[in-house]
Design a protein around this ligand. Sequence first.
Ligand SMILES: [Zn+2]
Length: 696
Amino acid sequence: MRDSVFVGLVGCALHTKIGPVRRGWCAMHTLPLLLPATLLMIPAGSASGGRGVVDTSASPHVTFRSADMDAVRWTDGFWAERFELCRKVTIPALIQVMQKPDNSANFRNFRIAAGLAEGKFFGNDWSDGDCYKLVEATAGVYRVTRDPQLDRQMDEWIEVIGKAQAADGYISTQIQLTGRPRWQDLRYHELYNMGHLLTAACVHHRATGKDTFLRIARKVGDYLGTVFLPRPKELAHFGFNPANIMGAVELYRTTGERRYLRLAQTFVDMRGSAPGGSDQNQSKVPLRKEQEAVGHAVTAAYLWCGAADVYAETGEQALLDALMRLWVDVTERKMYVTGGTAALHTGESDRRLLKRGPRDSIHEAFGAPYQLPNRTAYNETCANIAHAMWNWRMLALTGDAKYAEIMERVLYNSMLSGLGVEGKDFFYTNPLRRVRGVPLLSNDSPARWPDTTPASPVHCFCCPPNVVRTLVELSGWAYGVSEHAVWVHLFGSSTFDGAGIRLTQKTQYPWDGRVTITVDKTPEAPWTLRLRVPTWARGAKLQVNSRDVGVEVRPQSYVSLERHWSPGDTLQLDLPMDVVPVETHPLVEETRNHVAVMRGPVVYCLESTDLPESMALQDVRLPRRPVWQVRHAPDLLHGVTVLETEGAVVPKSESSSALYRRASDGPAERIKLRLIPYYAWSNRGPSDMTVWIPLE
Ligand SMILES: [Zn+2]
């Protein structure tokens, strides 16, 4: 569906050389001379003025444009509470712990590289990137609160980062402080780190209006141009974890300088361009020819995000075709019900369609089709976030609600499970089952690990700043703007203010399916409100000013209401929130005769904390036709809606240590079961947990 494509302008010719300007919105020139007719129809005070977290305000090949960071505010409810949690608890804690020299991501490395402190490099090769993510998250909070202390904190960091940058623009403390030569090993993450710098600098510029970080980013971009343009054959495989593609596109969008877009295109083209690539980081097969999702789930999704950003600017059909193909492979064969995509801690690539060369060792990776184990699922928080980022981009390119659906699935489940409900502890892996006493794999941790512990149990600090930047920037994903239309993608009490339109959204979503939107301010000309209707919302109803409006409200679509709006008009969308048992495709062996339970976008789980101590979680069965009680528990886990029903507990077998034993045929005990949202598990001490529950 591409019903309203914007044709934007590529930069103000008078300003591309002298500093950062937003393409198409150059304040120093007369807009009518610069902008195509379609954009002129947008009323003054557009909500998409080049300050989106991802800025598609002038991207020619998107269906809607991103709303500016300050056009949308959460007011109360689910996402507003998460924003506040990040602002008050998580970000201050991360700022503190990431100053510690023995945390695996820390700012001290920059101070040493800047000559401001003595010492050795400490951390992972990707630690710089994790620091930039925290700068970005801080900017995301600052744009809402305008807290001068946060501004000063960012200034301080940026000054040190600037001093750590080499004269030619290169910056990577893991190389500068260890004496290793540049561009020797893709695992050193130079491009990943610099890519996060580019993105963070653009967000900082949009949030603060300052150019301090952006100047550093331009030097990085120019330096990368000297290394990668034209594409050097010997560096064909250097795009390991390609945050650099998104970063380069965003730098192009911020500055209007096309060489940064060429850089991003080159990074996409490098993949699979020479023999010797690996499935682990999607460099064996060129992206445009790729048929299957293989390898590391973060590097894959970052590549696809970057390619989607490149497509938004170039409209190259082969890229979009490849992304759509891969999306089908991921969502129909390789994705968990929580939206997680990394089935494997380690394994081998197992291609169905392309038989070329030996299988590659892979880790933190997609499984084979329908290979979705629960207890050993990897599902790194960063991979889940990257999956949501990719789906947000696919939504922007196409306007197809199916992408919003996956984005939302990740946000409420496998993204949020990475952060404790108190905002103080984290998960790196997000399995769908936990059984205490069974050995954990690689980066699993027995419980959430706290922000205050330097060198976390998994010795990797990539996920905490990633989950925080996603949460504080999430309002930027909630609405979109296209010609004479405002899109509502995510539900949450909020205000939207832009394009001459002001809206107030009120809802208790995801606990309640009623969404009320009031038009506070509107232009006189008619415009369209496009509201997303999720797939599960069968029988959804829509009223305007308490009257049915006679439009079809179809699940997995956007319902469009075009009219002359008046201030005070109120629209009410009712999404039925039934408790829905979910089963998998029969080829997923691990979940045969199991169901997962969803209500709205929320996936539920059973946690041993909610069972009598004597009872083992694996003995619990769910009746085939359970009767559910839905109850909101405001004091539990910071307020969750729980699902209660009667379940069964099968009698223990005689020999519980035998691998195979006679199945018990004794009578099952009836028991009251309580299911909690999956994202909220492991907040009440060590526990067993399962998303998939066997049927009685
Ligand atoms: Zn991570």
